[in-house]
Design a binder for this molecule. Sequence first.
Ligand code: AMP
Ligand code: MG
Length: 292
Amino acid sequence: MDVEELIKPFRITDGSRFRLTDIDPDDTRGSKLKDQSDELLAQEVQQLSKLQDMLYAQDRWSVLLIFQAMDAAGKDGVIKHVMSGVNPQGCQVVSFKVPSDEELDHDYMWRALRQLPERGRIGIFNRSYYEEALVVRVHPGILAKQKLPRKLVTDDIWKERFEDMKAAERYLSRNGTVILKFFLHVSKKEQKKRFLARMDDPEKNWKFSAGDVSERQRWDDYMAAYEDVIRNTSAPHAPWFAVPSDKKWFSRLVVAAAVIDALQGLDLHYPEIDEPQRKELAQAREVLMHEP
Ligand code: AMP
Ligand code: MG
């Protein structure tokens, strides 16, 4: 499978002309891949595992994967399946919930910055600071409860937040953090189907919370907020991927392909040893071979 080909239609490096309506949540590129999707994902997972092994050994780059989506779009499933072959030692997942009192006592980036992946590791943000321009924008009451000095909250606040997020990402990328941002784009119709499944299946009941239905009432506001985020914060060093997610198998293939493509673009290789280290190795071998 050509990973570059698969991700191209969904990768946004310059958001200025982006329209969410350009992406069909049910798109599967003509379903050519459907029959072999399990096999293809397994291949991708294996490829990712090899690349991550080198990423870890080389210990130079770090990778930050940001996932944003409406409820039931499949974030958790994507994370679980795409990362299933990755060594847990080189990977971390952080979920961002409603900020705590301690978190609200800081700037909004604070809780995210302290969870960034170390060099050699893949860090996954299940939600992120982008909530500050999504749920917080859709519900002005949340912004009012943040402890910002009143005079700093102006009509420019979203524009300013976009600028600050972009600046933070540019800074990180210049330090060796590879940033990929995924919006799992599910349709309102498919979300309803998944909510009903969560209500009907006792093993899925736990995934449903009553608030999810009220957020759904604000669907159009959320879509407008997502579009504005993607328009304003896409960059070559921190692209957004608007991933059609009505078909879970397809969204998983696309996300895995995007991560593979990004890792393949790095100069990943196992560290090589120099001459003195080679001698040391030879000596150690001698010692082992001559053990009584
Ligand atoms: P979930 O991950 O679906 O269990 O729920 C996490 C909840 O936290 C979601 O409803 C998010 O909208 C909410 N959340 C995450 N970040 C923020 C934030 N910065 N401000 C307000 N709510 C947030
Ligand atoms: Mg939820």
